[in-house]
Each structure stands twice: as C-alpha cells, then as structure tokens.
Design a protein around this ligand. Structure first.
Ligand code: PLP
Length: 409
C-alpha cells in the first residue's frame, strides 16, 4: 500500500506533508456509466444536471461523450458554454428563473426552458419570445430521498389553464418534464409520471401545440454496485405512452447517476484524541453507547465541506470531526473503524453527487482539490484532443487505489 500511495503522490504532484483533502475524479467511470446508459435506455438522451457536480473535467468528458446539459442558472449556462458546448445542447431546467438569467439565455441562444406557473410565462414573454417551453408537472416523489414536487411542478388541475395562457401570450410549448425526486428507489414512480405526462401531451395537442419533447428528469441512483431496475420499467412505459413512431424525443436530466461513484475523497487525519474518562458525558451529548474508551479523530474535511458519509472496515467506536470550530461539524457520531494515526488518509467512495458543489470554505479551511484521472484507453477511444488536459493513470492502478480502503503511508 505504501508504494501505491507514494506513486499516487508523485503522479498527482502532492507533497509528502500535504494535509489538504482532495478528490480523485475517475473519468473512466463516467465513460462506463455513459455506455451503460446508452445500452439500457437507448431512447433517452441524457442532459447531465450540472448542479450535481460542475467540475469542468466532468463537463468536458460528458460533452465529448455527446450528452446534453441541464443548467439551472446563468452561471451554469456560462460555464457549460465556456467549455465549448453549443446552446441547443442545453435545457434551462429551472422553473423559477431570475429575469436577468432568462435574458442571458436569450442572448446566448439557449431556447429550451422549463416553466410551471403563469408568473414565469410573463417573464419569459417579456424577454425571450423565441423560447421553446417545457411544462414541468408535479409527480409522485414519495419514494425518493429528496422530494421536489412540493416546490416545483404544475398540478394536473391547472395544466389546461396554464397551456391556454401560453396560447394567449403566443408562446411555444414543445414538451413536458417531471422529476420523480432525487435518489429514487421505486422505478414505478417513473411509470406513473410518464403516464401523467401523456395526459398533459394530449391536452396540449388539443390546444394546438406541436408537442415533441418528453423530459423524464433525474433521480437515477449512481452509487457503485447499487443498481435499480429502472430501465425496464421506463422503456416499457415509453413504448406504451410515447412509442418510437410518435416522433417524440425523450431526454432525461441525470445528475448523481453520472458522477456519484466517479469521485473518491481523500481526507487527512490531522489530530486525534483517545477519550477514556467522562464517557457518560459523551453518551449524553451525542446519544451514543460507549462502554470503553472512544477514539476521536479530526479530519481535513467535514460537514461544512464535502462530507456527510461513511468510512471503512469497522473496529473501534470512533467519532470523526470536521476541521472547523463548530460542534455541528461532526462527520460520524459512532462509527466502527480500524484505528488510524495522525497523518493517515481516509478514502470515501461515491462522493461525486452534491458534494463539491455544496462545499464552503467556512473558517478558511481549504476546500478539497479535484484531480481528474483518465486511462489512456479511454483517451484514445474518445477524441484525444478534447481530453488532453487530464492526468492519465493506468486503470488497474487507479482501481486499486480507489477501492483500497484506508491508505497508510
Ligand atoms: N433536474 C432537476 C430539475 C433537478 O432539480 C435535479 C436535482 O435536484 C436534477 C435534474 C438531478 O437529479 P439527480 O441528481 O437525482 O439525477
């Protein structure tokens, strides 16, 4: 292990005494996920949800692979355009947008955008008359970790009125979108939502709109080894409600599906305490059961940074703290893991989704760096020029490192 660590240090240009957390972004993993997507959902074109992780290497890689992009703000559109993506490959998928962002989209030729209420239509008709509108509907998100339909999406009872308002304002509606909630655990949620979308299509067609786009949103799980059989149900529902010969283009807005397993975070244990006495106090405060002592570790990333999750092979009851002075910054309260030493690093898998994008530098602790890596095989297979700015490691080496558990110098 020591040898691997030294080689990785050298390859990534890390100094021996570095204590700053960092991510390794395994772009090969993105490539594999994309191949799996094309194989399992052949009719659905992915528009990657930039909000999930806007690391430029991720955007470049996905752009090279040919995905579109779901942008939720002017900043995300700016980023994606600056990396060479063309405007027709972007959907502005936020239903409630600041007017200045709509104006920006208009000037940059980003026409496809979602809406779910009349107020939004008034803003759009004032500053983006060429907009190609996609009506987002509220759907059942009860089986998802993060529910979105309370905040976004039109209820069925107001769909017709809203579409009639589009007609009055002379706005073009081209499709329907939904989001079953992030971290969806039930593929049937997609089936029901696709059927709901069909009803909205029928209403819109009756009103004279040329409906040609169905956007089935995000929600697809992305952790390694966590497979959910969403593809069969989705394909079946698409064939039933939007058959291939209907001419309707189907897109999706996957975020965590693409990036979650690609990112591994390395955090440094920069301080440690073994607490042998006063354990009742710890039990009282942190609601954990402690019969012997407890190892307390202080690591270089925490809940104000990219962390909120799990570590490796349990042994000692351990409390792991993030680096800030805030006692809220506790990564785990009662976790069983091998004893580690100050200077060791902990590796945490599946860190790609909603981690780097939500990090702050609270109290001026460094945010984790990101080191994109890509194997030579993938570079050769996918437009070498577009990807040439990445660091290349050979794949077996990378796999060992990413899966290796806690790495000891
Ligand atoms: N599209 C929209 C409109 C979203 O709000 C989100 C996440 O919040 C996504 C796509 C991506 O969702 P996920 O990461 O679950 O695929």
């Amino acid at each position: 292990m020591a040898m691997i660590w030294d080689e990785v240090n050298q390859e990534l240009g890390l100094s021996d005494d570095s204590e700053v957390s960092f991510h390794v972004a395994n772009l090969d993993d993105l490539h594999q996920k994309h191949i799996r997507w094309l194989r399992t959902l052949p009719r659905v074109k992915p528009f990657y949800a930039v909000k999930c992780n806007s690391t430029p290497a991720v955007i470049r890689m996905l752009s090279t692979l040919g995905t579109g992009f779901d942008c939720a703000s002017k900043g995300e559109i700016e980023l994606v355009l600056s990396l060479g993506v063309t405007p027709e490959k972007i959907i502005f998928a936020h239903t409630t947008k600041p007017q200045s962002h709509i104006k920006y989209a208009s000037t940059r030729g980003v026409d496809m955008m979602t809406f779910d209420c009349e107020e939004e239509l008034l803003k759009i008709s004032a500053c983006h008359t060429r907009a190609k509108l996609v009506l987002r509907i509220a759907v059942d998100d009860s089986k998802s970790a993060i529910k979105l339909s309370q905040k976004f999406g039109t209820k069925p009872s107001v769909v017709k009125k809203l579409l009639e308002r589009c007609k009055e304002l002379d706005l073009e509606v081209i499709g329907v979108s939904f989001h079953v909630g992030s971290g969806c655990t039930d593929s049937l949620a997609y089936r029901q939502a696709i059927e709901d979308a069909r009803h909205v299509f029928d209403t819109a067609v009756l009103l004279g709109f040329q409906m040609r786009l169905l956007d089935i949103g995000g929600g697809f799980p992305g952790k390694e080894g966590f497979q959910i059989q969403f593809d069969e149900v989705i394909n079946e529902a698409l064939d039933k409600f939007f058959p291939a010969d209907s001419g309707v283009q189907v897109i999706a807005e996957p975020g965590r599906y693409y990036v979650d397993s690609a990112f591994t975070l390395a955090v440094n244990v920069f301080a440690k305490k073994v607490v042998m006495d006063d354990v009742t106090q710890i039990r009282g405060v942190y609601n954990v059961s402690i019969d012997q002592g407890v190892m307390m570790y202080y690591i270089s990333d925490g809940v104000f940074g990219s962390l909120n999750c799990l570590i490796y092979d349990p042994r000692y009851r351990s409390i792991i703290w993030g680096p800030t002075c805030d006692s809220l910054d506790r990564v785990t309260a009662n976790y069983w893991m091998p004893e580690v030493q100050v200077g060791d690093w902990l590796l945490i898998d599946n860190m790609g989704a909603y981690s780097v994008c939500c990090s702050s530098d609270f109290s001026f602790f460094d945010k984790a760096d990101i080191y994109p890596v890509l194997s030579a095989d993938v570079v050769e297979a996918q437009a070498p020029c577009a990807l040439s700015s990445h660091i290349y490691l050979s794949l077996p080496y990378l796999t060992l490192w990413v899966r290796g558990g806690a790495v000891h110098k």
